[in-house]
Write a protein that binds this ligand. Sequence first.
Ligand code: XMP
Length: 516
Amino acid sequence: MKNASSQRILVLDFGSQYAQLIARRVREQHVYCEIVRHDVTPEQIRSHGPSGIILSGGPSSVYETESPKCDPGIFEMGLPVLGICYGMQLVCDHLGGKVDSTTTREYGRATCTLTGEDPFLKDFPETAEVWMSHGDQVQSVSDVFTPLAATDTCPVAAIKHNDLPVYGLQFHPEVTHSPQGHILLRNFLYEICGCDGTWKLSNFAAETIEKIKQQVGDARVICGLSGGVDSSVVAALLSKAIGEQLTCILVDNGLLRKNESAVVVEQFTDHFKSDLHVVQGQDLFLDALSGVTDPQEKRRRIGHTFIECFKAEADKVDDAQFLAQGTLYPDVIESGAAKDGPAATIKLHHNVGGLPEELGFDLIEPLRDLFKDEVRALGVELGLPEHLVWRHPFPGPGLAVRCLGEVTEQKLVVLREADAIVIEEIEKAGLYRETSQLFAVLLPVQSVGVMGDARTYENALVIRCVNTDDFMTADWSRLPYDVLATMSTRIINEVSGVNRVCYDISSKPPATIEWE
Ligand code: XMP
């Protein structure tokens, strides 16, 4: 998608866990950025019209024959190039330098001292803390390079080529552990690539709305609504673009949180002047889940039933030509640009709730260039309420994967009540925005308790609360004891069927966020 400023940076992905973070950091400097496979050809690069290229890090060693390489032709395009970590090692490997694994390997925090001068270093302090994350280092460079910085054990921590606009950093400027790293990225973008930093989300909203209008013309668009931030932002963009030509479909699968369907309908009618169809699918989903205990089978059946319900409702909408979906950039990278690339083995998430291509609609995916935090910012920009924009993510299969074992209506009632209490209490404590995901899990385990004079034998319930940036790794939230105590007391007193509450203190990995 072209943006107001057509300036853009391409990140070539060599399998770094940080490739997306680099792209985000570039966009934070108001320069548009995309991630592409590491082996793009110079022609493909030219077709994007970038102002510069960043070679990401990666876990490989350049001296191994199988390691991912870039087309050497990219160094002759006249475009500025910044190699980060493995990217710098590649630069040296191609243009003159010796890379080797190091015995005095520096991994983690290091102190970097400047040894040269260049516009790339403008405003960067003489010494700065930086983050190293590779077993290899450039040991020496030929005299086509000028070293710009060193650490105690790394003589060439930053370099520039003497004739080409090519730079390299052994450390990672994109991570927060390199607190001044953003200065180097900014210098690369503004001083070296000549970007003017005019990319903004507000341009993005206006341009996307315009683009949708042109793409859709007089046709009708269908949009699946889940109550989450992504589908709400898609609906907001479409509603602004085409108003009454939009039909939203909400499938109530009976696996939603307490009052969720009613809240979504209320928010929708408050904010949008478009058509909303609510499919009452609760019984169909419960039937489909009857007797099923295997988590993946639950997901499969829920996904299947969702498609069935959605399709039946979509068929009732006359002249629908387009289907709008809230696909985000990380999904695109997973399934497209970097597919089969070096990072392909890192699984992102279970894709339930997606709709198959066979539905026969033309797709509109207005968020496919954005990261989650950008989608939230866009939601605010479009006037969506803060509590909607900042909602914790909720999985497509909903409460079914939090109701361990077979899902029954009775278990869902218990879980829904307990879940509502934990959310209510975290909000009261003012901690909702400080945590990433919070929910209750109903265990198929009974334990003995005592209530009044009577002995009870009822279910155990778990509270799960995590903090995470990307949901690929997560740590359990250190919630205050008194907040946990209130949650526990309220659940045991108010939710019949639960006599024991536990708090999950496992991080991911090795545990996952959901229990199933
Ligand atoms: P895990 O449990 O894999 O979850 O650590 C990571 C994130 O993904 C969400 N999740 C799902 N989302 N369909 C979804 O749409 C699913 O089947 C699914 N399973 C897990 C989970 O809630 C967390 O945010």
